[in-house]
Every structure is written in structure tokens, then in C-alpha cells.
Design a binder for this molecule. Structure first.
Ligand SMILES: [Cu+2]
Length: 153
């Protein structure tokens, strides 16, 4: 852990203490989602199937690596990180523990590689539908983004 990460954690600790003391004045205020350095672009998913796969570019704009350990969505029972690997000439999907996005760089989730796999889908997803997904970091922060349903890829 470098000094900058430590300073950030200390700052977040102080900030959340302040938020807690303010929140007591108004119990209805939802807890704010802490900012991360992660930006998600070009997100899409395959319509009409369950489980379905979502793809995107995940960019880390910060100076420290970010580890993503999972995902969730209100419209699915579960969303996991999957990886497509070549096993003895067969392409198979397997659960991936995490995706590490290095500082100042991006990881692309695309067909044939990493993807998010949503299963137990609560409603039919059609072409052009927009759905919200949350990525979860190893320090329990969330990154919300919208994925658009489209065929192909
Ligand atoms: Cu998969």
C-alpha cells in the first residue's frame, strides 16, 4: 500500500464520519455512493437470453489500481465476473475472482474475454432497452452504469 492510498483511505474515513454526523439530522437522506476513479463506457448486453453477457470498457482515471470483485443489478438474481478461456481447444466460460484495472489505463470486456454474466433475469430485455448495472470494488464501493441491449459482437 502506497502513501497515496493510505491518505485516501484516511480521508474517506474522516468524510464518512462527517456524513454520519450530518445524516443524524435527517434520517431519510440515503447514504451517498462514494466516488471512484472508474469510468464505464460503451456498455452493452445481449437481449432476450438468460443468462446474458454484458461487455464494456472500464477505465481507471486514478493513480492507483482498482480491483473489481463483482457486480449486481436490480433486474437479475446475480451478476458475476466471467472469463472465456481456451481449454484444450474448447472455449469455456469460468468464474473470475476479480478484474484489476491498472492506474491510468483501461480493461476491455468483450466477447471471447472477460464479461459480466447476469442470470435469473426478472423481465425480458429487448433490443435498445437500457439497464443499470453496478460494479463492486474490493473496498465495497459501487460504480453504476447503464448498458444498452443490442445483438451482435
Ligand atoms: Cu459468462
Amino acid at each position: 500500500m502506497n502513501l497515496r492510498v493510505l491518505v485516501t483511505i484516511l480521508f474517506l474515513g474522516i468524510a464518512s464520519g462527517l456524513v454520519l454526523s450530518c445524516a443524524s439530522a435527517d434520517a431519510q437522506t440515503p447514504a451517498p455512493v462514494e466516488e471512484t476513479a472508474i469510468v464505464v463506457t460503451g456498455a452493452w448486453l445481449r437481449p432476450g437470453i438468460d443468462p446474458t453477457a454484458a461487455y464494456m470498457t472500464i477505465t481507471n482515471t486514478g493513480d492507483s489500481p482498482v480491483t473489481l470483485t463483482g457486480a449486481s443489478a436490480s433486474w437479475a438474481d446475480s451478476v458475476g465476473i466471467h472469463e472465456t478461456v481456451d481449454r484444450d481447444g474448447f472455449l469455456v466460460m469460468q468464474h473470475a475472482e476479480s478484474i484489476i484495472v491498472p492506474a491510468r489505463s483501461a480493461v476491455i470486456l468483450r466477447p471471447g474475454g472477460y464479461h459480466l454474466m447476469a442470470q435469473g433475469i426478472h423481465r425480458a430485455i429487448k433490443v435498445d432497452d437500457s439497464v443499470e448495472i453496478q460494479l463492486i470494488t474490493d473496498d465495497d464501493r459501487q460504480v453504476s452504469f447503464v448498458a444498452v441491449a443490442r445483438a451482435g459482437g
